[in-house]
Design a protein around this ligand. Structure first.
Ligand code: PEP
Ligand code: CO
Length: 455
């Protein structure tokens, strides 16, 4: 094929990405074993339906228009061992509580999108890791290999894709059951009140807010668009990085009575910073699916790239189709974001804007811990609100790495860990997450910001 022909000029198929350079793909020792696994994946029932995907796409269009707000949040990397009732319940609780707080601040419905049920593969900056003179492949997430530093554990194993798909299905099944059986019923916010909210300096404000919500349930129901007695219809959508293209395309198919191809492993796939090249396989893959899609954007973007993302991913400029998730860092957003907004406008883009205040604010402590500072995180979000507003548009949502557990991975917050506390409960194999209390505090601060900005 001639390299001068732009990807978007060639016909798209679920596996047309194979014609383009695919970064971050594992090196399987036995490619035929991978093919067998992908053939198995292709015939399994899907995790989500095209109905849900279309519904999310419509809701994201409303977020782009400023009438909804997106909370896209969850683990950096889900772990197979964390597929337990407690962990899943705690994740759901923190997302629900945050969304409740955000609804009150934003005075508009919140779209809850969990980084769960498939966030098992991770991009890595280095393909290999060396310890004491021994070099092995990097850990790329539970869908790919295992973190122990042995040759056996680090060798990519295609069977793990099936184990990941099964866990994604178990996770989603439990979430759907919890939501359906009233776990998320706003008439009973006490169901999802975690014990130690009691000990938080935010407890009074939180309980006051919950009380207000009880009183104003009618209003809430209007805002949420569900009638009394139908609160089990509160939606959770799923999102993950579309990284392992074999896995993603195995469940990419047509459905009866709807045109086009859908990725049925998740509602909302995104491409990460390391794979967002418009001339690469990941953008080619996203180009042809009907799901809403997102691109992570860092400070290295160019106007030409923005134009090519829009051309490939949203040629018809349809609100809800394309989300740009900017992740610049608290110290760089003021310079970078206005240029990005201008570049998208110059192309007539009508994208949804989401701020990821995590990935541009990662730092190493002197003690060798990968961490993020709560102050940087809230600063980046606040600046994002201000910059979008100053440029006459709205920030449509936030993208957060968090957990419902009491981990010590990020520094700060009103009661959060300091640098010397990090070792106490540091679990993440990849990026540091906000713990439960830090997450709730962040939601409060965002809600306050939205309230004071009058939106
Ligand atoms: C992530 O979201 O976990 C991630 C790796 O982000 P980014 O691609 O923005 O670095
Ligand atoms: Co991450």
């Amino acid at each position: 094929m001639s390299p001068e022909i732009p990807a978007e000029a060639l016909p798209w198929k679920p596996d047309s990405w194979r014609r383009w350079p695919a970064l971050q793909q594992p090196n399987y020792p036995d490619p035929t074993a991978l093919d067998r696994v992908l053939a198995e994946l292709r015939v399994l029932p899907p995790l989500v339906t095209s109905w849900e995907i279309v519904q999310l796409r419509q809701q994201l269009a409303e977020a782009a228009a400023g009438t909804r707000f997106v909370l896209q949040a969850g683990d950096c990397a889900e772990r197979f061992a964390a597929c337990t009732p407690n962990r899943i319940t705690n994740m759901l609780k923190v997302l629900l509580q945050m969304s409740l707080v955000l609804v009150v601040g934003a005075q508009k419905p919140v779209i809850r999108i969990g980084r769960f049920a498939g966030q098992y593969a991770k991009p890595r900056s280095a393909n290999q890791e060396t310890r004491d003179g021994v070099t092995l492949p990097s850990f790329r997430g539970d869908n790919i290999n295992r973190p122990e530093f042995t040759a056996e554990a680090r060798t990519p194993d295609p069977q793990l894709l099936l184990r990941g798909y099964e866990r994604a299905s178990l996770t989603l099944n439990f979430i759907r059951s919890l939501v359906k059986s009233g776990f998320a019923d706003l008439h009973h916010p006490e169901y999802f009140d975690l014990d130690w909210v009691e000990h938080s300096p935010l407890a009074d404000e939180y309980h006051h807010m919950v009380g207000t919500i009880g009183d104003a349930l009618r209003f809430m129901e209007n805002v949420l668009g569900v009638r009394a007695g139908e609160t089990d219809r509160i939606d959770f959508f799923t999102t993950h990085e579309a990284l392992h293209l074999g896995y993603e395309s195995a469940q990419t198919r047509t459905v009866p009575r709807r045109p086009g191809y859908f990725n049925l492993t998740t509602h909302f796939p995104w491409v990460g910073l390391r794979t967002n090249d418009p001339g690469g396989a990941h953008v080619e893959y996203l180009r042809g699916i009907e799901n809403p899609v997102a691109v992570k954007v860092g400070t290295d973007f160019t106007r030409e790239r923005v134009a090519r993302w829009l051309e490939a991913l949203d040629p018809k400029r349809q609100p809800g189709r394309l989300t740009l998730i900017h992740r610049f860092g608290a110290g760089r957003i003021a310079d970078a974001l206005p240029c990005l907004i201008e570049a998208a406008r110059a192309e007539g883009g009508r994208v949804l804007w989401v701020c990821d205040p995590m990935h541009g604010n990662t730092q190493m402590t002197a003690g060798g811990w990968k961490t993020r500072n709560f102050a940087d995180i809230i600063s980046e979000v606040q600046q994002a609100f201000d910059i979008h507003r100053a440029m006459g548009q709205t920030l449509g949502g936030v993208h957060i790495e968090l957990t419902g557990e009491n981990v010590t991975e990020c520094i700060g917050g009103s009661r959060g860990p300091s640098e010397t506390d990090l070792a106490r409960a540091y679990e993440s194999e990849v990026d540091p997450r906000l713990n439960y209390e830090q997450s709730l505090e962040l939601a409060f601060l965002i809600a306050r910001k939205m309230k004071s900005d009058g939106r």
